[in-house]
Design a protein around this ligand. Structure first.
Ligand code: M6R
Length: 614
């Protein structure tokens, strides 16, 4: 939530900053702003709304070409999305401009303290207290980095801060606690940003900034300390993708592009993780096999789509490993008193690696001696760094706010983990693991086959532009697929949508069924799954009550034909792997419907890609 960038070097900072903001707009789009330093004075422009509004403002009132600048794109927490509440915030004495991602929880008491000193606030934000405190410190003679450390020691909550000082040409200072920040290391120029996408055009060399650290950046030097000024170790890494991955490449939406990237994303996630004999090779899992053998319970914690991937994981992990597996929403997990000990394995799933609730859940679990394995898509993010081991999904950057390839690769990574645990614990025979792994490795072309058959989806979506409510039914792993299909519609088409386990229908939800209500049904494979016939009965039940049934069933399943108003054929895969193919038409349906309704698919209202605050 909120994208921040800072630049120092020979380029025109304003251009680097605004272009970087454009690539991070998925993090928040309530307002945007930029500040530069010009001849000892801070100049800034900021506007409510999307970056286009800032562009218009800069066209009317340009900023000078200077080599130091910061910029921010906001997801509003404290104070509405207005020009005044937009970042950067400039201290009353005009010494510093500051941008912030996160929530300063003790801002009210700090604000009272400053008001008592006569400071006049210009916004309703929590951020402005940090700007005013920093302004006060530097005008009292503190060095900018020292002032930042002093201020950070007083702040509670989650924050990434970046500041420039009117008396410090060619220098910016940043700090982080519980919110992301990476440093981009250039040649005679340096960057800080919430996400490497902001500076990938200029450098792939990056440094993760650790928890409670301050970085002091000039064009030629990067100095990292903790909040007390002690030197902190540097954690450099290389970004493995390039600028084209962070651009739309001819598609109308990032989401559509990312849907089409799924065969490759799943293939890349599986690549190198199994041998020719089908045995699993998870070299990155630095947890001794003896410890994995001693686990007696697995808890998967995640949010949103990642939580649904966890629900799929439960079916696979329990079936393959015979270890009890619970799945819990991270924001619930961390505030109850879960039964965890040294023999619990906590698996966290997060595309961004920065989701605040998931991060807090990890900390909660590790305090109680649980081992934590993260499944994550973002190199250098906080969640993998704070976990005992990580399985990276290799989806490349996911920019559309609605997760698509992120979800599918999370599901694939969960299968890898489940099979690996079965291998280590000996709960499956080698030939059984080989058979599943061979089938899993063969799914990318099947996902492509689904994509190639999506032509009629647009036509289908056109029938539902005026629809108020859509239901999704599934059983077993089809249930999380139903939930994911419903979430996509809520997020981007602003449509009431619910996913139900089909077996629960008669316990309440069937009362929602009336003439013409569209109901998507994910049908388990025919003949190989005991639930197939039960789901076919459920289709008949809702159709008898006037529902319009949109059925996803595998090729050759003739039993569903009489009851399907619309039928999508899925490639044949075994039940546990079906989410990899069944989710795709639901993603595309949401994308098409939102497009037809004229909504911004990549930046849906009220949402942000990375939820870095509670
Ligand atoms: O980055 P994460 O995977 O931790 O994000 C979790 C959720 O916020 C995320 O899946 C969200 O629900 C998506 N917008 C779903 O499309």
């Amino acid at each position: 939530m909120c994208g921040i960038i800072g630049y120092v070097g020979p380029r025109v900072a304003r251009e680097v900053v605004v272009d970087g903001l454009r690539r991070m707009e998925y993090r928040g789009y309530d307002s945007a702003g930029v500040a530069v330093l010009d001849g000892g004075a801070i100049e800034f422009r900021k506007k409510a709304g999307k970056i286009a509004n800032l562009d218009a403002e800069l066209a009317i009132s340009p900023l000078p070409d200077t080599g130091l600048g910061i910029g921010h794109t906001r997801w509003a927490t404290h104070g509405g999305p207005t020009d005044d509440n937009a970042h950067p915030h400039v201290s009353a004495n005009e010494r510093v401009a500051l941008i912030h991602n996160g929530i300063i929880e003790n801002f009210a008491s700090l604000r009272s303290e400053l008001v008592a000193e006569g400071v006049v606030f210009r916004s309703q934000t929590d951020t402005e207290v940090a700007a005013q405190l920093l302004g006060r410190e530097v005008s009292a003679g503190a060095d900018l980095a020292e002032a930042m450390r002093t201020v950070c020691r007083r702040l509670e909550g989650a924050f990434t801060l970046v500041a420039i000082d009117a008396d410090n040409a060619g220098r910016l200072v940043a700090a982080r606690r519980n919110s992301p920040l990476v440093v981009g290391v250039g040649d005679g120029e340096n960057f800080v940003a919430s996400d490497v996408a902001a500076f990938i055009e200029f450098t792939r060399h990056a440094i993760e900034l650790g928890q409670d650290e301050v970085v002091d950046v000039t064009a030629d030097a990067i100095t990292i300390t903790d909040f007390f000024g002690e030197p902190a170790p540097s954690h450099p890494f290389e970004v493995t993708w390039d600028l084209s991955a962070a651009e739309k490449g001819g598609y109308d939406w990032f989401m559509r592009k990312e849907i089409y990237e799924q065969p490759k994303a799943v293939a890349d996630t599986l690549l190198g993780r199994y041998a020719a004999d089908g045995s699993l090779k998870l070299d990155e899992l630095h947890i001794p096999a003896s410890e994995l053998r001693s686990i007696d319970k697995i808890i998967v914690v995640a949010c949103g789509s990642a939580y649904y991937a966890g629900l799929v994981a439960k079916y696979a992990i329990e079936h393959w490993t015979r270890i009890a597996c619970e799945v819990e929403i991270a924001s619930e997990f961390r505030y109850r008193d879960p039964i965890i000990d040294g023999s619990t394995l906590v698996v966290t799933i997060s595309q961004s690696g920065e989701t605040a609730d998931t991060l807090m859940a990890i900390r909660h679990a590790r305090e109680q001696r649980a081992k934590v394995i993260a499944i994550c898509n973002t190199n250098g993010a906080t969640i993998p760094r704070e976990s005992d081991a990580v399985i990276y999904t290799h989806a490349g950057p996911e920019i559309g706010v609605a997760s698509t390839k992120g979800f599918l690769t999370q599901v694939a990574a969960c299968y890898l983990l489940g099979l690996y645990l079965a291998q280590v614990r000996g709960t499956m025979f080698d030939d059984e693991i080989h058979a599943v792994m061979t089938e899993l490795a063969a799914t990318p072309p099947l996902i492509q086959q689904v994509l190639d058959g999506l032509g009629p989806i647009k036509e289908l979506a056109a029938r539902f532009v005026g629809t108020k409510s859509v239901l999704f039914l599934g059983r077993h792993v089809g249930y999380p697929v139903a939930l994911e299909g419903a979430l996509k519609l809520k997020e981007i088409a602003y449509l009431h949508a619910e996913g139900f386990p089909a077996g629960e229908l008669k316990h309440g939800p069937i009362a929602l069924v009336e003439g013409g209500v569209p109901i998507f049904v994910v049908v388990p494979p025919q003949g190989r799954d005991q639930l197939h016939d039960k789901v076919v009965s459920n289709i008949q039940e809702v159709r008898a009550r006037g529902a319009l049934t949109i059925v996803l069933a595998e090729a050759g399943d003739a039993e569903v034909e009489p009851y399907a108003d619309v039928l999508f054929r899925l490639p044949k895969v075994s039940t546990l792997l079906q989410p990899l193919v069944a989710t795709v038409p639901l993603q595309m349906f949401a994308c098409e419907l939102a497009t037809l309704k004229g909504y911004d698919v990549d930046q849906p209202r009220n949402l942000a890609k990375s939820v870095t605050v509670e």
